[in-house]
Design a protein around this ligand. Structure first.
Ligand code: ZN
Length: 154
């Protein structure tokens, strides 16, 4: 009897633990959420359906002022202007993000294996990271301009 009781307590303990951990796990995986009610249809398509804007369509390609680039959905600070460079690809490009700004995932669509990155705070898709960046980091964060809001210094 004692043995069964112990087993029961063990199992009960385990299920309690998973009930406690479940919301935590859900919260962790279900990060995608629209926070900014003013996002346009095109922005939503890129940020939540993994679409890509037309190259050379973003005015941020030519943005050269000092400042920070923020997530257009949640406002998180993602890139410093110090990391921006002209990649010639037609999308705003950066050598590195601010620490902890993004979470990455492997994207295998279009028969390619690419590293896709999402805003760590709201889960919005921003772009892909390639290994052909400038010497400093060798990384190229290829970001959709529509996902970014630039805030100049001062
Ligand atoms: Zn965000």
């Amino acid at each position: 009897m004692n043995k069964y009781r112990r087993k029961f307590v063990e199992l009960f303990g385990l299920s309690c633990l998973s009930v406690i951990l479940l919301p935590y796990n859900l919260l962790y995986s279900a990060t995608k959420k629209i926070i900014n009610p003013d996002l346009t249809e095109e922005q939503k398509k890129i940020m939540f359906e993994e679409s890509t804007e037309r190259p050379f369509s973003s005015s941020l390609n030519n943005e050269k002022r000092k400042g920070f680039f923020h997530c257009a959905n949640c406002g998180a600070k993602l890139f410093s202007s110090n990391a921006k460079f002209d990649s010639g690809t037609g999308w705003p490009s950066f050598t590195e993000s601010l620490p902890g700004a993004f979470k990455t995932k492997i994207d295998t669509s279009f028969g390619m294996k690419r590293v896709e990155y999402h805003c760590a705070k709201c889960g919005a898709h921003h772009g892909h990271i390639f290994d052909d960046g400038p010497k400093s980091t060798q990384k190229r964060f290829c970001n959709n301009g529509l996902c970014l809001i630039f805030k100049p210094e001062n």
